[in-house]
Design a protein around this ligand. Sequence first.
Ligand SMILES: *Cc1c(COP(=O)(O)O)cnc(C)c1O
Length: 352
Amino acid sequence: MSISTLKVTESRANLLDESNIQFGKLYSDHMLIADYEDGEWKAPQILPYGDITMSPSTTFIHYGQAIFEGIKAYKTESGEVKIFRPHDNWKRFNISAERMAMPEIPEEIFIQGLKELIELDKNWVPNSYGCSLYIRPFMFATDEFIGVKPAEKFRFMIITSPAGAYYSKPTRIYLQKEYIRAFPGGIGFTKAAGNYGAAMLPSKKIKEMGYDQILWVDGVEHKYVQEIGTMNVFFVIGNTVITPDLTAGTILAGVTRASIIQLLKEKGIAVEERPLSIDEILEASKKGTLKEAFGAGTAAVIAPICELNYEGEIVHLPEESTWEISAMIKKELADIRHGHIPDTHNWMFTVC
Ligand SMILES: *Cc1c(COP(=O)(O)O)cnc(C)c1O
């Protein structure tokens, strides 16, 4: 499928100040658009980044048929631009699409589109270690119709934005039972827009209480850990790394999560994917076997947790300087991404 390209007359890449990247403030010169109509994808276009117009009756604004992805491109020391595991995001995008009754996006639009868009905007990929170009593919229903029914027209787009080295100060986590993120049969396993809309009020409330992220628990027994905020979650208890399993369909299958599990297994570190209850975490903390806890996702990569508040019962994690497993994984992932160590898993997809 050929992608037509209309280039900007003058690049804005000079606006990028690598020493002071404010995430999401600046978007690269170009964006990709592909429309789905009459049962098929039309040829994608790369255009200068800019506003899009739409009818007020556009269906996704009302009924939320909208999904997205988050991916990062990195520059290696030799100046090559590479994307971390984009095929996994493409597959997950199609899983989200299926659940939301949206059309599958073919590899030649998603992956080839990424490649051409990022090659064109390669000057927007920061050079510094830990910095990256954040890539946001998304799709939304574009029927001009306010009746409730699955749409027939859709738009797929990709925009990109430079991201700085993400220093995550140790996160304070609040466990609340009042709000539930996901339940079996729902859409917890998708990156559907509505999941994030529904999380805004609970996260606003815990921020007002001085906490950074919510620890989501299951909606039936209110005791099994799911995720923190918009990240997967890992606990190191004794010498074992534990993360909730994906079988209930209530947890987003993170690419970072899968990469961490694989790296740990290769190093012979015990990893368990299984239900993990709050009681088990509290008990480990009391016994002194709770060693590390962290969130994992594309944005922060690894976000260490320093405190957990469970209905007033406060668990403090050990001093982060004593953590070995998360520090090692964080460094290894960054080294693979910037080409400091060989990419033995073929995780890096070369753009140019
Ligand atoms: C995107 C996301 C993650 C992390 O997935 P990655 O592929 O590692 O970025 C975890 N949980 C939720 C709810 C997410 O939206």
